[in-house]
Design a protein around this ligand. Structure first.
Ligand SMILES: Cc1cc2nc3c(=O)[nH]c(=O)nc-3n(C[C@H](O)[C@H](O)[C@H](O)COP(=O)(O)O)c2cc1C
Length: 323
């Protein structure tokens, strides 16, 4: 497959492995890159410069394929100095940085662009995409309302967001939110995307380091089994419905202060949930695309299968239009 995104990053498939807090560790990132896409390490997971550098070195030992690092621009309970991560990124020769969050990455662009590092920014609306184009990102990622994780407040579906952004900017667009199969990838490419980002689909891969019982739960989940939480606190997230998300929703209805909600969903509990299948605390980001996933595959097999499905969808479409 050849698109502006495969050319930009030098990768086989235009598939971006969405960064996933507590999930996309060094091994999983390298598996995604080895399979022909590009894996993205979440820097915010690493609490020291040293542990972050170790993770990057581990990826470099495991693959010589391109990989990326996410810089978190969302509000955090314990804010971190992203400049320290950028120092390591430059020193270790990382080729791609993705930012995501509530603001444009002007400061990050000023540091990484002169080093020749490719920069993308993930957002959820046309006006944000235009803004980040103006600060010099190489590509913009947009995810629709159905996506797993942070969804913002505009609530635009992937089907409507991707073509709107593709028409509004000149830089390549990576689209996503709800992509679990090749037909969806074909559709996004037809809508003007040059690449596709996937998070939820990758949770159900062999290399994904979440607990087997979490994978079993996800395999049974349907497209109706996700919910938006944390909107009243300015940090809307789509996640799997659990007892904890129901408790959070009750607190939201009572207009409880965030201090009451935070202990239920703090990072350490989210990490425990994915590692130990302990659903008594934390939440699990998960998109509506979960309903279409019926098997756990190795990442390489998944990507090869997705590419084949894209091609089949193309042939079917050609038959319909008589091309
Ligand atoms: C378990 C999980 C954790 C995620 N963590 C983050 C994160 O820390 N930062 C971020 O920018 N996006 C995060 N995301 C969003 C993904 O990077 C990606 O944009 C999204 O999953 C795409 O939508 P999809 O899940 O419908 O494929 C997460 C998604 C999931 C499913």
């Amino acid at each position: 497959m050849k698109t502006k995104i495969t050319e930009l990053f030098g990768i086989k498939y235009p598939f971006i492995g969405g960064t996933m807090m507590y999930v996309t560790d060094a091994k999983f990132v390298s598996a995604i890159s080895e399979a022909g896409g590009i894996g993205i390490l979440p820097s915010a997971w690493y609490k020291s410069k040293e542990s972050f550098r170790d993770a990057i070195k581990e990826i470099k030992d495991l693959t010589d394929k391109p990989f990326g690092v996410n810089i978190n621009l969302f509000p955090m309970m314990q804010p971190i100095d992203n400049n320290e991560y950028i120092d390591v990124i430059i020193e270790e020769g990382v080729k791609m940085v993705e930012t995501s969050g509530h603001r444009a990455p002007d400061d990050i662009a000023a540091r990484v662009k002169p080093e020749g590092i490719k920069l993308t920014h993930k957002c959820v609306g046309v006006r944000y995409a235009r803004k980040v184009e103006s600060v010099g990102v190489d590509a913009v990622t947009v995810v629709g309302f159905e996506n797993g994780g942070a969804t913002g407040t505009l609530d635009i579906t992937t089907f409507c967001l991707v073509p709107a952004v593709a028409n509004a900017v000149k830089i390549p667009v990576i689209g996503g939110g709800g992509v679990s199969n090749g037909e969806a990838i074909f559709a996004l490419l037809a809508l003007g995307a040059e690449g596709v980002i996937m998070g939820t689909r990758l949770l159900l891969t062999e290399e994904c380091p979440i607990h087997d019982n979490v994978k079993k739960t996800l395999l049974e989940a349907k497209e109706t089994d996700t919910v938006l939480v944390l909107r009243p606190y300015g940090n809307t997230h789509r996640c799997l419905i659990t007892d904890v998300t129901e408790k959070v929703q009750e607190l939201e209805k009572e207009s409880a202060p965030f201090e009451k909600v935070y202990p239920l969903i703090e990072g350490a509990k989210n990490e425990k949930l994915v590692k130990e299948a302990d659903f008594s605390g934390g939440f699990l980001s998960c998109g509506q695309g979960i309903g279409q996933i019926d098997r756990i595959l190795p990442v390489k097999e998944l990507f090869d299968q997705l590419a084949e499905q894209v091609s089949d969808a193309g042939k079917r479409t050609n038959e319909i239009i008589g091309g």
